[in-house]
Design a binder for this molecule. Structure first.
Ligand SMILES: Cc1cc2nc3c(=O)[nH]c(=O)nc-3n(C[C@H](O)[C@H](O)[C@H](O)COP(=O)(O)OP(=O)(O)OC[C@H]3O[C@@H](n4cnc5c(N)ncnc54)[C@H](O)[C@@H]3O)c2cc1C
Length: 298
């Protein structure tokens, strides 16, 4: 049994059984993962994925859970969290190398301290380098693909290095995501700048975020991708759905592109609300809204 194999390798204390995913997602929603383990290094991750494969067990790699909705009946298999324990950041000249569990905000801060510009736009995104790279996270006109030079990934049990051009970056998507690779480490090339100016830019972006986004409520950020030629939030507002609720899930009053958890929302509430929004926006404006948030589990 996979549980016994993982307990023997990592000790019982680290292998959490029936772990509520509401504890590990910014939505604060989600049923139990059969097994949840916080990974500390590459070898551990390799071991877990190999053993899951050999034992025919589903596994899922997550970062900070800031773009994740786990359905109410939970996840049958192993969730490996690549976050706090796997987060070194190294800066050499104008290059920054981050382990995938490093927070985007930490990478931006470390770069700022060394007078390196290019990561200001991620300073307020509450995810990891790994999740951000797989998602090609972006904001304020920047995307991670603009600064990434190389990505070290685990692919079918092998560790390989991909050049930027091989990562298949798209708007909030990548080959890494599509082919289920796991990001281990990311190298980025930044530009020389002035720490004070970089800090001022980060403050400006973060002020814009707190002015416009419902940061005081649990959410997974923008629920939908930006449809070509439109803004999801505006379409949802124009469809008359500002504040619309299903159970504990609501369209944010502050930013209609965010579905928020008002308290006690289930994943089913959120999914029903997403479908309701999609149907209304399609009926009223003929625009298909695709989810940005990743939905897993049963
Ligand atoms: C308040 C708020 C504001 C946000 N603002 C923005 C924004 O401005 N721009 C933006 O792009 N996003 C934004 N987001 C969404 C989210 O923070 C980003 O998508 C972030 O990059 C997700 O990182 P994560 O570590 O939390 O990933 P998770 O949510 O844990 O996972 C998301 C996806 O990435 C995959 N993944 C995670 N780690 C790895 C890894 N090591 N290797 C391979 N795949 C991995 C998961 O399998 C999953 O499919 C926001 C979210 C919130 C809550």
């Amino acid at each position: 049994m996979i549980k016994d194999i993982l307990c023997e390798k990592f000790g019982k204390d680290r292998v959490l059984e029936n772990e509520p995913m509401s504890r590990h997602t910014t939505f604060k929603i989600g049923g139990n993962a059969d097994i949840f383990i916080s990974v500390q290094n590459e070898d551990e991750l390799k071991f877990i994925t190999e053993k899951c494969f050999e034992n025919n067990t589903e596994y899922f790699v997550m970062g900070n859970g800031s773009n994740l909705l786990v359905r109410d009946k939970g996840f049958r298999g192993v969730i490996a969290e690549v976050c706090r324990g796997f987060s070194d950041i190294e800066i050499n000249d104008d290059m920054i190398r981050c382990k995938s569990g490093a927070f985007l905000s930490s990478a931006a801060n470390e770069a700022m301290k060394k007078g390196l510009s290019g990561l200001e736009f991620v300073s307020g995104i509450p995810g990891t380098i790994g999740g951000g790279t797989a998602m090609n996270a972006g904001a304020y006109g920047g995307e991670l693909k603009d600064v990434i030079t190389k990505v070290k990934v685990l692919n079918d049990g092998r560790i390989i290095e991909l050049e930027n051009k091989d990562c298949g970056f798209e708007y909030r998507n990548s080959r890494i995501m599509k082919e289920n690779m796991t990001v281990l480490e990311v190298e980025m090339k930044l530009k020389r700048g002035n720490s004070d100016e970089i800090k001022a830019k980060m403050n400006e972006y973060n002020k814009a975020r707190s002015d416009k986004q419902p940061l005081n409520m649990p959410s997974a950020g923008s629920t939908f991708k930006r449809p070509e030629g439109h803004f999801a939030g505006k379409l949802i507002m124009d469809a008359g759905l500002r504040g619309y609720c299903i159970g504990g899930a609501a369209v944010s009053e502050k930013h209609c592109g965010f579905v928020v958890n008002k308290g006690g929302a289930t994943a089913e509430d959120v999914i029903k609300l997403i479908e309701y929004i999609q149907k209304n926006v399609m009926d009223k404006f003929g625009v298909k809204l695709e989810t940005e948030v990743k939905i897993i589990g049963e």
